[in-house]
Design a protein around this ligand. Sequence first.
Ligand code: NAD
Length: 511
Amino acid sequence: QTFTYEFDTPVYKGKSSFPTGLFINGQFVDGIDGGTIDVINPTNGKLLTKVSEGSSKDVDFAVECAQKAFDTVWGLNCPGSERGRLMYKLADLLEQHADEVAAVEALNVGKAFSWAKGADIAGTISVIRYYAGFADKISGKTIETSIDKISYTIHEPLGVVGQIVPWNFPLMMLSWKFGPAIAAGNCIVLKPSEFTPLSALLLAQLSVEAGFPPGVINIVTGYGSTVGEAISNHMHIEKVAFTGSTLVGRKIMTAAARSNVKDVTLELGGKSPNIVFDDCDIDQAVSWAIHGIYFNHGQACSASSRIYVHAKIYDDFLNKFTEKAKNLKTGDPFAADTYQGPLVSEQQFKASVLELVCGSVLKHDKQRVMGYIESGKEAGATVHLGGVRWGNEGYFVEPTIFTEAKHDMRIVQEEIFGPVAIVVKFEDDEDVIRQANDTVYGLAAAVFSKNIDRALRTAQKLRAGSLWINCANQVHANIPFGGFKQSGIGRELGEYALEHYTGIKAIHINL
Ligand code: NAD
């Protein structure tokens, strides 16, 4: 099967065409069980295409092929410079096809084309290039012991690694895992989200053109409960890297422990605070606060969803913030001036009874953003802006602002993963730091102040993996990203991520 789509939009005209099978051993194949998964267009709720539904048997086959490639043509059998060359080639191809890839991402996820191209695809290319440069620079140490002994270390690739990717930044999250894994010489078996598998398949097609040997890159589309579990339980997968919900992160860690004690990196949720002090540049703080929560429609683990504003500037900030939020253009991802499109899926959009409790998740809440809005209203918070669906079809939610929310309300404590900001007034620096830290998450935080002492003192006390001073939601290929507490384990990006894809061997020589 092939997915072919003619884009005839104001921002992109062109065609995309690629197979929708599983990508195993350098070829697109049907799943062994023959099923398919519907891929829905979130802008109108209609069927876009079907992709192969993988199973645990397909994961077994992919792992077998990946292991064979690792033992023969990849890993330490392939010089780092050659791995780097192939990665640079892939990045160049992505750049040549940037409009097409961005269009496919925008179509499948519902994000604005301009953001998909400027953030997702540009970010993907820079991450792949960053790690391509590392491919021939991974090295161990010699360690002096005594006159008649020499020891040295080798940083070896782990072998076959599993990677499970979410739907909010499908290709970019793929690159954060693909980059360090492939540069370090591992072979990958990667599962994209069942909601957004298309860009990974397009990348697979480009990887053939780039010349990667068969078996190095394997993409198995399928559901978490089948393909995802098969990856995390697999006895011959040495490590699994995951981005997604804390609930699934726990399952993966448990499966890793129960199977072959595989290494795990988990990049999970967040409920990131944004502290706006009275001595900040208000206009600057408002602009970044908008980006912090509404970028990608709030579907970002690092979204600055709790905005704490000092009482002295609260009204001024709220007025300006509301005005800007009101003017964010919601609509067709392919219209030139669109800022936010729909949420990714009906499950993310809908209202329903919520049963997810942070810290002790009882049941996976599959239908959330409107549900959280309802829960905020029921709990007595004020809907200051939005709080409703936009349009009559698709999964659009208007930019929403809650005020008058109490610290223990679910909208303040839990990850909504939608365009919903909670604005809270504070008066005391120590008290706001305490509130900001009082959550099960610890992924990111932002601080706005022109007083660098105050900003740094606050940054030191906030428990978060990424701290942004006078900015928000900043991610760079060379800077590590990841969380404390239930936001995850390990770091992606930067040199640090390579440590999670190599094993250290110490060799002792007796002279
Ligand atoms: P999820 O955690 O269920 O899914 C993420 C990935 O994990 C998908 O590829 C999915 O198929 C896979 N998966 C699901 N169950 C699995 C299992 N048992 N074993 C292995 N893999 C499995 O996330 P979701 O349902 O798509 O979204 C739910 C919530 O998760 C969101 O609303 C948001 O709060 C959070 N989330 C966070 C991020 C992030 O960047 N940290 C990304 C996406 C979702």
